[in-house]
Design a protein around this ligand. Structure first.
Ligand code: GRF
Length: 194
């Protein structure tokens, strides 16, 4: 299986995914793409020997379909079987989601269905929750809302700041996403809970 990974930032999830695809793993990374030419994850992907592409979203301001057409063209050239969003911070239109339906994954830093959207850790702390975590799900047209493929939970500690909680959750993201990706590549859809 060929896996394309899309990111917007440092790409720590991408690194975990790429490093997991070795040996008897049924998948290999075929492309790492970003909407930001300066994304640190592009350099890290190149260091790992994975082809990269940057589709700067800024020239497409106000033209989301145009940006997505350019992104889709780059993806099609790499012919992925699976597209994994990993810290990709652009909203995708239903048109893009439909084009990649059934093979589009995302990791979200909350225990969905709680805290869709942004600032998940600050919201969980503010709500007085005692646990938080991350979710890997199939991407559908609705934001952060597709079938859940896996979750990992961490405690929220009394003096937690959003940054401290984010760091604790990120460690679990790096465990969960590779496990879910492998099972997804093997055709399994049963949910993992860590
Ligand atoms: C992190 O906040 C992570 O929770 C979310 O995307 C952000 C950046 O992750 N999935 P990465 O280091 O770029 O993978």
């Amino acid at each position: 299986k060929r896996v394309a990974i899309l990111l917007s930032g440092g790409g720590s999830n991408m690194v975990a995914l790429v490093r997991s695809m070795t040996g008897d793993h049924p998948a290999r990374p075929c492309l790492v793409g970003s909407n930001d030419p300066e994304a640190g994850g592009l350099r890290r992907a190149a260091e790992l020997g994975v082809p990269t592409v940057a589709i700067d979203h800024r020239p497409f301001k106000g033209d989301r379909p145009g940006f997505e057409a350019a992104l889709t063209a780059a993806l099609e050239e790499a012919a992925p079987d699976i597209v994994a969003l990993a810290g990709f911070m652009r909203i995708l239109t239903p048109g893009f989601v439909d084009r990649w339906a059934g093979r589009l994954l995302n990791i979200h830093p909350s225990l969905l269905p709680k805290y869709r959207g942004l600032d998940t850790h600050a919201r969980a702390i503010a709500a007085g929750d005692t646990e938080a975590g991350c979710t890997v799900h199939e991407v559908t047209a609705a934001l952060d809302d597709g079938p859940i493929l896996g979750q990992a939970r961490v405690p929220i500690l009394p003096e937690d700041t959003p940054a401290a909680l984010a760091a604790r959750v990120l460690v679990q993201e790096h465990r969960l996403y590779p496990l879910v990706l492998r099972r997804f590549a093997e055709g399994r859809r049963d949910r993992i809970d860590l």
